[in-house]
Design a protein around this ligand. Structure first.
Ligand SMILES: [Zn+2]
Ligand SMILES: [Zn+2]
Length: 132
């Protein structure tokens, strides 16, 4: 494992994530990255994503029973997610629009990141539920 060798893969993965407003899974990212790096394997994409998550460049959105979704931390700003349980759509909310939890933190704890997910059903899925 050398760091330098992974640079192009890293750039390609970051680029794929930056260019999409969606929150794709690794398989989608793999498809995109293969346009630039035709020989890249899905395993390499997973390892690259893991490294990016460790470095704080990319965040994950995990949902039970579904593939992990990945998200580029745009402009270095934290943001939160609205997740539809029906169709799996994920929307962004700016972090400034959400209040920090001010109470209940262990003494001396320094908050570096706040993540919130709102789970529910989007307008389309809610309409579908009523029909069906
Ligand atoms: Zn939906
Ligand atoms: Zn997002």
């Amino acid at each position: 494992m050398t760091m330098v060798r992974n640079t192009r893969q890293r750039q390609a993965v970051v680029l794929a994530l930056r260019e999409t407003p969606t929150h794709p899974d690794a398989a989608w990212i793999h498809t995109q990255v293969r346009r630039a790096l035709p020989n890249i394997s899905l395993g390499t994409v997973y390892r690259t994503l893991d490294a990016l998550v460790r470095d704080g460049v990319v965040m994950t959105i995990e949902r039970a029973g579904q593939a992990t979704r990945y998200d580029y931390k745009h402009a270095g700003l934290g943001h939160h997610h609205v997740v539809c349980r029906g169709c799996g759509a994920i929307y962004d909310i700016d972090a400034e629009d959400v209040q920090m939890p001010a109470t209940g933190l262990p003494e001396g704890f320094q908050v570096q990141d706040v993540r919130l997910e709102y789970h529910g059903v989007c307008e389309d899925c809610a309409a579908g539920e009523k029909r069906g």
